[in-house]
Design a protein around this ligand. Structure first.
Ligand code: UD1
Ligand code: UDP
Length: 381
């Protein structure tokens, strides 16, 4: 039996954990004993517990309840808590997802104790070191023993960084292995799409008609914390809603909610409050989000996960960032990088609605979790 400690903390990691835990439970429970540690990075009901309730994710065995804080403070509390646990209880491996502070903390704590690290969603690069996530993912990749990239681009990025010539050997005597597993989020979108149809009535709740609304999410620190950028994005959204007489629905991350009043210009803040077409709503559940994505005319986002889900559900996507790790989406003409530039956002909206898009299967086959578990079993037996 291989005993694994999975680290989760932020919303997208909780969702990703659903796919891995489902694969273990359905097919591999006699090989893998998974325990889950929630760092407590996200803690509001609709940023955390809602996903456990809805997606059948096992209750975390441990919760550090670290809450919010500066990068150093938050990450330090996590490292300390994870280290304590790893010292108290033996694990064969530690598993982390993506690129958040919870990912970094897990990787740092385990590496110092010579516990092999499994990194799911490895190899992604924005080549923008101003992003906290870029720092987290580079460190985590370099500390990991088993790396699973979601795309061929991720695989090539690691090749370019010398991962395939690495001579480093880990304490268990094994070298590093890298696999392109496909995207574990795609597993979830396929698995939960039908279930969402039956269980959610979010379209009725907000009077939304298929193909007659735009879905938007915004939460990146470089957008929320920068008055100029946040104001430019919201100006573009308000203009698009008015010029096209279309509803915009925006499930708002708590980070963004907290900063709207202080970081939007007073003119745009007033416009937003009196708008009859732009609706700010609290963060929604994953099943609700899937339905919002599937039925939207177009999606605009700075989220990594939402960019991909737009692609999975064959929706064009305006990317509200200066670059993307998910370059395949742009290469397929399914997304345009508009950054936080008001004119570019409006132009990209128009352009994407008139584009012929082919959605090639660049994120795998939707069976990433099973593939990953099989490779983990091979590695440890
Ligand atoms: C984090 C990740 C980011 C990921 C995002 C997913 C890092 C560095 N960033 O960003 O990569 O895309 O999660 O959503 O790890 N807050 C609440 N309630 C909560 C959680 C957060 O009110 O349940 C507020 C707090 O004011 C907090 C702020 O949101 O300070 C930011 O939260 P934090 O977890 O630090 O970063 P995210 O922006 O969520
Ligand atoms: N999501 C959700 N409810 C929301 C917004 C997003 O369930 O109100 C889901 C979304 O479908 C995707 C994941 O959260 O699976 C993306 O998380 P987020 O945008 O917070 O982070 P990122 O992917 O950018 O790291």
């Amino acid at each position: 039996m291989i005993k694994i400690l999975s680290i989760i903390g932020a919303r997208p990691q909780i969702i990703k954990a659903a796919a891995f835990s489902r694969a273990v439970k359905n097919k591999f429970s006699s090989f893998i004993n998974e325990k889950i540690l929630h760092t407590g990075q996200h803690y509001d009901f609709n940023m955390s517990q809602i996903f456990f309730d809805e997606l059948d994710i096992p209750k975390p065995d441990f919760n550090l309840n670290v809450g919010s804080g500066s990068h150093g403070e938050q990450t330090a509390k996590m490292i300390s808590g994870i280290e304590q646990l790893l010292l108290n209880e033996p694990f064969d491996a530690l598993l982390v997802y993506g690129d958040t502070n919870s990912t970094l903390a897990g990787a740092v704590a385990a590496s110092k104790l010579h516990i092999p690290i499994i990194h799911i969603e490895a190899g992604l690069r924005s080549f923008n070191m101003l992003m906290p996530e870029e720092i987290n993912r580079i460190v985590c990749d370099h500390l990991s023993s088993l790396l699973f990239t979601p795309t061929e681009t991720g695989f090539q990025n690691l090749k370019n960084e010398g991962f395939f010539t690495s001579k480093s050997t880990f304490k268990n005597g094994k070298k590093r292995f890298v696999f392109n597993s496909g995207d574990i989020m795609y597993d979830n979108s396929l698995h939960f799409a039908q279930i969402a149809e039956k269980k959610s009535n979010i379209l009725q709740k907000y009077n939304l008609i298929t193909d007659h609304y735009v879905l938007v999410t915004i939460h990146r620190d470089n957008n929320t914390d920068d008055c100029k950028r946040l104001t430019a994005i919201f100006t573009a959204l308000l203009d698009i809603a008015e010029d096209n007489n279309i509803k915009i629905i925006l499930p708002l991350h708590p980070r963004t909610t907290k900063l709207l009043q202080t970081n939007l210009s007073s003119v745009v803040y007033k416009r937003l409050n009196s708008s009859k077409q732009l609706f700010l709503i609290p963060p929604v559940s994953f099943l609700e989000m899937i339905l919002l994505e599937k039925n939207a005319k177009i999606i605009m986002t700075d989220s990594g996960g939402v960019q991909k889900e737009a692609y999975f559900f064959q929706k064009p996507c305006v990317i509200l960032r200066p670059e993307t790790e998910w370059v395949e989406i742009v290469e397929q003409n399914a997304g345009i990088i508009a950054d936080a530039d008001c004119d570019r956002i409006k132009k990209s909206y128009r352009e994407l609605l008139n584009k012929k898009i082919t959605y090639l299967p660049v994120f795998g086959k939707g069976q990433a979790a099973e593939y990953i578990v099989e490779k983990i079993i091979d590695y440890f037996t």
